[in-house]
Write a protein that binds this ligand. Structure first.
Ligand code: FES
Ligand code: FE2
Length: 384
């Protein structure tokens, strides 16, 4: 039998106190949507997965890299997700350009990895077509041997790009709203934090054996906290007091912190809660007043997903030394990684039962209203 430590006893007491609170709490009364069910095939059907790629991921905005990755003129990042490869480059005038990393001659990958392009020209490793930092073809060897019409204004197709909030965002479609219009309330909420003054200091990547929507689901409700994150998170957040908001296609919630939120009284919600935003379909911002974690969920196949996360740190608060600030940030990032690893363990176990004959439908309760709204949005976009 395992020994029970004092820490275990404190956690158990906290859990018991939270779970014993009468249902519903004031926060639980405001859950926006009724319970719903979803067919398991929504997570396992390969044809639906293809429609999600086409109708959702190739039509919406997401951050491709932190701005800090393009610090100097001619720095470039190669973004490789969603079966696409995109070059994002910092031009000499400070603006950014994004374009498909594929040669217009015979489709070779132009650039293998991120770096700085001092000469301002990328050369195809196959027959030497040269591209400038904006993706325009500037030199074609044996030019006269081509049909001249095919070479007129030739370029690697541009990708819509916008730098905002300390990130470079891209969208594979030229149709639809600009980034800030697309983000709507989520963008206005994030404006409060002054993210342009924040800097990405930490990052990590996980490969998960789960459908991408299963991963999104995992991060948009709080009531798995006491069971999945017993030691890491459950005594820090008041998981039964989360307030949920649906701002289609996005959603968000505010989560009070034990022993902190109540003490601050009547101040802006962003100063006293964890503010947790989902920018549909795959970007999450988990914000504290001084720092945040941003993560993205990238579908690879119907049962494989990549999770990438950035730890973003604000200006050093008054009264802290550099050393104290770094120590605090290191600790927060380590904590976030530990929590994500706990989610990953549960998520990775899903694949082995994803075709189980034992359940053909999953249920969402009212605490999972954000998930109900998310799946309704997915269904609407792929015209289910
Ligand atoms: S494939 Fe790039 S120059 Fe031929
Ligand atoms: Fe979690």
């Amino acid at each position: 039998m395992n020994a029970v430590s004092d820490e275990d006893k404190i956690e158990a007491a906290h859990l018991a106190k939270e779970a014993a609170r009468a249902y519903p709490t004031e926060a639980e009364k405001q859950y926006p949507l009724p319970p719903s069910v979803i067919d398991v095939s929504r997570y396992t059907d390969e044809r639906l997965f293809e429609r999600e790629m086409e109708q959702i991921f190739y039509k919406t905005w997401f951050p491709a890299c932190p701005s800090i990755d393009l610090k100097n003129p001619r720095d470039y990042v190669v973004f490789d997700q969603l079966r696409q490869s995109v070059i994002i480059s910092r031009l000499d005038d400070g603006s950014v350009s994004a374009w498909h990393n594929v040669c217009q001659h015979r489709g070779t990958r132009l650039v293998m990895e991120s770096g700085n392009c001092k000469p301002g020209r990328f050369s195809c490793p196959w027959h030497g077509f040269q591209y400038d930092l904006t993706g325009k073809v500037r030199l074609v060897p044996l030019k006269d041997s081509f049909d001249p019409k095919r070479l007129e204004n030739l370029r690697a197709p541009a990708v819509r790009v916008k730098e905002w909030g300390g990130f470079v965002w891209i969208c594979f479609s030229d149709e639809g709203p600009d980034l800030k219009t697309y983000l709507g309330t989520i963008g206005e909420e994030l404006d409060f934090f002054g993210l342009d003054k924040f800097e990405t200091k930490y990052r990590f990547r996980l490969e998960l054996d789960a459908n991408w929507k299963m991963v999104v689901d995992a991060f948009n409700e709080t009531w798995h906290v006491p069971w999945t994150h017993t030691k890491t998170l459950s005594k820090l957040v008041l998981w039964r007091d989360a307030r949920l908001r649906i701002t289609t296609p996005h959603s968000w919630m505010t989560i009070p912190l034990e022993g902190f939120t109540d003490k601050l009284g009547d101040v802006d919600h962003r100063l006293k809660h964890i503010c947790h935003y989902l920018a549909f379909p795959n970007t999450i911002f988990s914000c504290f007043p001084t720092h945040l974690q941003t993560w993205n969920i990238w579908p690879v196949s119907v049962d494989k997903t990549i999770f990438t996360a950035w730890g973003v740190v604000g200006p050093k608060p008054e009264g802290l030394t550099d050393e104290q600030w770094t120590k605090q940030n290191d600790r927060d990032w380590k904590h976030f990684c530990a929590i994500s690893a706990e989610d990953a363990e549960v998520l990775n176990s899903w694949k082995s039962v994803s075709h189980s004959l034992g359940t053909r439908q999953y249920m969402f309760n009212t605490a999972e209203s954000r998930l109900t709204a998310f799946h309704a949005e997915v269904a609407r976009r792929i015209r289910l």
